[in-house]
Design a protein around this ligand. Structure first.
Ligand code: PAN
Ligand code: ZN
Length: 195
């Protein structure tokens, strides 16, 4: 039987930073992000102190995974660093050739993208700017500011998410703070996709 999706209104509350209603909320703490960090030993040091801070959270509204629909929501990345690496999302590739956009609402950060040839692109995001992720590009966002970095995202509902590629190989570039400035440097733990 074919599924019927009803038209509906969803409110993005910019004060409470919540999507109402949402179908999924996810909170990612340091213990879950650790294996994606360029300097996991710095993550271990924080965890060894008994701290496990929330690095980011997101609210998503998924009408259905049926092709032709759109998933959307709000991501909030807290300010902070793990060693010298700024708080960031895990990052992923979409399983299908599916684009996405990130529209920045608060704070500032970077959208880091990489395709399967290893080409890298970065886009600075501040309120009012939109980063377009073309199909085939893995994507991660990084909070380089002092406040929360908040953006609205939308992508095709049947896109699918592949985290393993990023977990095992990493992104070619990482974003760190050095001498109080934001630097995009080569990832010391990066393994080329061909290896
Ligand atoms: C976003 C991301 C969200 C969290 O909704 O899922 O910002 O990042 P990770 O999924 O990498 O943990 C998106 O890109 N969806 O496709
Ligand atoms: Zn995505």
């Amino acid at each position: 039987m074919s599924e019927t999706i009803e038209p509906r209104k969803i409110v993005i509350d910019l004060k409470k930073l919540i999507v109402e209603p949402y179908t999924r909320k996810k909170e990612v703490k340091l213990s879950e992000l650790k294996d994606y960090c360029a300097y996991p030993e710095d993550a271990e040091k924080i965890l060894a102190k008994g701290e496990d801070p929330v690095i980011y959270e997101y609210y998503e509204y998924t009408p259905t995974e049926k092709p032709g629909n759109i998933n959307f929501g709000l991501t909030i990345i807290y300010p902070g660093k793990i060693g010298k690496e700024y708080y960031m999302t895990k990052g992923h590739f979409h399983e299908k050739d599916a684009a996405e956009f990130y529209f920045c609402l608060k704070g500032k950060g970077l959208l880091l993208m990489q395709n399967k040839l290893g080409e890298v692109a970065t886009i600075e995001l501040e309120p009012g700017s939109l980063g377009y992720v073309p199909p085939g590009w893995g994507h991660r966002t990084i909070n380089t500011g002092r406040g929360k970095f908040v953006f609205f995202f939308a992508y095709p509902s049947d896109a699918g998410h592949d985290y393993m590629l990023v977990k095992e190989k990493g992104f070619a570039k990482i974003v760190i703070e050095e001498a109080k400035t934001v630097k995009i440097i080569d990832n010391p733990r990066y393994q080329k996709l061909s290896q």
